[in-house]
Design a protein around this ligand. Structure first.
Ligand SMILES: *Cc1c(COP(=O)(O)O)cnc(C)c1O
Ligand SMILES: [Zn+2]
Length: 416
């Protein structure tokens, strides 16, 4: 299976071997996995993919893993749901949700990238996997490391949600809460990676890690019967997911697995941390770092590593971008829950709210297919809804108590 040629600089296109490298020595551009597409045409057929396992590994030919995948056998192939109720609420005819709130094992799309990164870390013989995380990556690296019997060291900003802390600690990693924001955590981790020689999934293994995000786009296309939708709204933190969904769709097109792609990509970020959206709106390819201040902590990266490439993907596709305020994020979470019965985390609230604005503005037309990317689970960011939702009824265990409470409740909710 010699479909990986090696790595290649995204800027000067110099080739590199498929080693744990991530930066070009000549121009400091980021490295990316380079495939032999002619060889891929023979192995990556619709029939071969459809006959594969019901996980991201059905696309293994298009991922940088040569042998047996070590982890992630239940990861991916999450539902693409026709969202009639949400579509009606937003006023669009053909609306789908790609629901990675139920991705395995840790209920966010990060399982896709980590399954690839941890498999690679094992291949390269690293004794320790590590990451700088805004929360979901922490959960996923700790879980996959446990499955792979690798030690993990996880760095997070100290102000993370409780669900993300507990959902990391349960796997018994070394968890390091850093008194600083993600960008400070990430800077520290670059130094730790150099000094300790660990596999930081989103730093020195990043070229491999990032490829896992392509599967989000592959699945959308396969689940639509091998075609790409007209519009996809994607939340962005570092900007990798949106960049790689775009790359993945282009690969499917190049391999004649889908017809010509006319998909428009849209980035959703919080108003309190929207450096990529700012750049797209200003039509300026310079990403100006910001200081994050938002309840969407999983998206709170002020200096996004792939911001420039996310910008390029959006521009190349003819898409756009929109922000969501904290209030709009909470409304987005509740709208998705009320219409489709799906509880997403704050990042999903950002995506729903941004999609809603883009539709209202006429940027996304009402009569074209739209996929809204739900990338994480609401049970992990419960504190965002504290004091927002109405309380339930509390009663004594008698029918009389229930009758009275129900009557009072109905009077209250139907009344003025
Ligand atoms: C990390 C994350 C994203 C964004 O990922 P990037 O590839 O860094 O842009 C989106 N949604 C959720 C829930 C995340 O945890
Ligand atoms: Zn270069």
């Amino acid at each position: 299976m010699a479909h990986v040629k090696g790595l290649k600089c995204r800027e000067c296109h110099r080739p590199y071997p498929a080693k744990p490298l991530h930066v070009c020595e000549f121009c400091f551009g980021p490295l990316e996995v380079d495939y032999d597409y002619a060889a891929l045409r023979r192995v990556a057929t619709r029939r071969a993919i459809e006959a594969g396992p019901p996980s991201i590994w059905r696309y293994q030919a298009l991922l940088p893993v040569e042998g047996e995948a070590a982890v992630g056998h239940a990861c991916g192939m999450t539902p693409l749901l026709p969202a009639k109720n949400l579509g009606a609420a937003l006023g669009v005819r053909e609306c789908y949700l790609k629901n990675d709130a139920v991705c395995h094992p840790t209920l966010s799309f990060k399982d896709r990238v980590v399954a690839v990164a941890v498999t690679k870390a094992l291949e390269f013989g690293f004794p320790v996997v590590a990451c700088a995380s805004t929360g979901n990556l922490a959960n996923s690296v700790a879980a996959h490391a446990a499955e792979a019997s690798l030690r993990s060291v996880i760095f997070v900003p100290a102000d993370l949600e409780q669900g993300k802390i507990v959902g990391t600690l349960v796997y018994r990693p070394t968890l390091v809460a850093v008194d600083g924001n993600y960008d400070e955590v990430n800077r520290l981790c670059s130094e730790v990676a150099d000094k300790y020689g660990w596999a930081f999934v989103n730093i020195n293994i990043r070229p491999y890690y990032a490829e896992g995000s392509k599967t989000f786009g592959f699945e959308i296309a396969e689940q639509l019967g091998w075609r790409a939708p007209r519009h996809i709204v994607v939340p962005a933190a570092g900007g990798s997911l949106v960049t790689k969904i775009w790359k993945g769709l282009k690969e499917l097109q190049a391999l004649d697995l889908i017809p010509e792609v006319s998909t428009r990509m849209y980035v959703a970020q919080a108003s309190g941390c929207g450096p990529i959206v700012n750049a797209i709106k200003a039509d300026s390819e310079t990403i100006r770092p910001v200081k994050p201040k938002t309840i969407a902590k999983s998206l709170a990266i002020g200096n996004p590593a792939d911001g420039y490439y996310a910008f390029k993907a959006v521009k190349e596709s003819g898409g756009g971008a929109e922000h969501a305020t904290d209030e709009e994020i909470l409304e987005g979470i509740q709208l998705l829950a009320a219409t489709e019965g799906i509880f997403t985390e704050t990042a999903g609230g950002v995506t729903v709210a941004a999609a809603q604005k883009l539709i209202a503005q006429g940027v996304i037309p009402r009569d074209e297919s739209l996929v809204i990317s739900i990338t994480g689970n609401g049970l992990k960011t419960q504190e965002a809804l504290t004091g927002v939702l109405p309380a339930g009824l509390t009663i004594k265990p008698t029918l009389k108590a229930f009758d009275e409470a129900l009557a009072a409740h109905e009077a209250e909710t139907s009344g003025a």
